[in-house]
Design a protein around this ligand. Structure first.
Ligand SMILES: [Zn+2]
Length: 303
């Protein structure tokens, strides 16, 4: 039996991998964020009876070379060799995949990218992330960074510090002007504050936009322009057949439609169908991706 987990800063979701290759979610508990022993206990308690292997989708960066996790929102994991230490504590083989990679893998194998050679799954939520799958195989690249399109400054400080009238911000990675700092839900809120001097949530901004408010419309216009520009270079580089989206902002179809149209206008290839779409696993890609990753890591006989 393989138990799969989707571990985020707020919740741990878990369930057993069933014969069809899908994960049947059975538990949702709050993530113990500060105490390692408590964290290990929570993972152990959530394991299905007869569990012999564990597969985890983890919200955060995970360096494949060093095994060190960079999980800012779960401090008790930060800086640990999570895979090795968790495996030793539980006495079970453990596989770990980054959550954006898990989502991309789920989409490529069973979702919107099924049968498509190049799938770039992106997350537009509290942060910006992504994962690249080519011919059904996850591409992790040097240091495991492949797919991390949210970092690297797109707003050039030497060009007056703004793009579409938007200020540049320091990103969590330490650079200034990253896509992550403006292309996430928090980024949309920063753009709105920057343009209009008002602090409201991304949900309120998109709601006002749907109602036709001009200030919210300006914010969404700047936001979608920034995101589309960042995506356009990526699309020209990797030639994705589809870009499924997950994360809180993926719930807004109108917003995704606008990003899709703007991005397709900026790229060299002529995509006739929508390229950027809500993922089939937008709500549960971590768990489903952990299941697929388990089969790839442990083999199907491990079930
Ligand atoms: Zn950054």
């Amino acid at each position: 039996m393989i138990t799969c987990y989707d571990i985020g800063g707020s919740f741990i979701r878990s369930g057993a991998l069933v014969a069809t290759g899908t994960v049947s979610e059975s538990e949702r508990i709050e993530t113990p964020r500060h105490d390692w022993e408590e964290f290990v206990m929570a993972v152990r308690n959530a394991a299905a009876p007869g569990t012999s292997r564990i597969s985890i989708s983890l919200a955060g960066a995970y360096d494949e070379r060093t095994g060190i996790a960079d999980v800012a929102n779960i401090p008790c994991l930060h800086g640990r060799e999570v895979q090795k230490e968790l495996s030793a504590a539980l006495g079970l083989p453990v596989a770990i995949i980054n959550d954006a990679n898990a989502f991309a893998l789920a989409e490529a194998v069973d979702g919107t990218g099924r049968g498509k050679p190049v799938v770039f799954g992106i997350i537009l939520g509290s942060g910006v992330g992504g994962g690249l799958v080519i011919n059904g195989e996850l591409v992790t690249g040097f240091g495991g960074i492949a797919g991390e399109w949210g970092h690297g400054p797109i707003i050039d400080p030497t060009a007056g510090g703004t793009l579409s009238g938007v200020d540049r911000y320091t990103c969590g990675c330490g650079l200034v002007g990253c896509v992550d700092a403006v292309g996430s839900a928090r980024g949309m809120e920063r753009i709105h504050a920057s343009l209009h001097g008002v602090k409201i949530s991304s949900r309120e901004i998109t709601h006002h936009w749907h109602l036709g408010a001009k200030d919210a419309g300006d914010t969404v216009d700047a936001f979608t322009t920034l995101v589309s520009r960042a995506l356009s270079g990526l699309v020209n580089t990797i030639g994705p057949h589809v870009i499924p989206v997950s994360g809180g902002l993926s719930n807004d179809e109108k917003l995704l439609g606008l990003i899709d149209r703007k991005t397709r206008d900026l790229v060299l290839a002529h995509y006739q169908d929508p390229l950027i779409v809500r993922g089939a696993f937008a709500a549960n890609g971590g768990l489903q991706g952990a299941g697929i990753f388990a089969l790839k890591t442990f083999g199907s006989e491990a079930q």
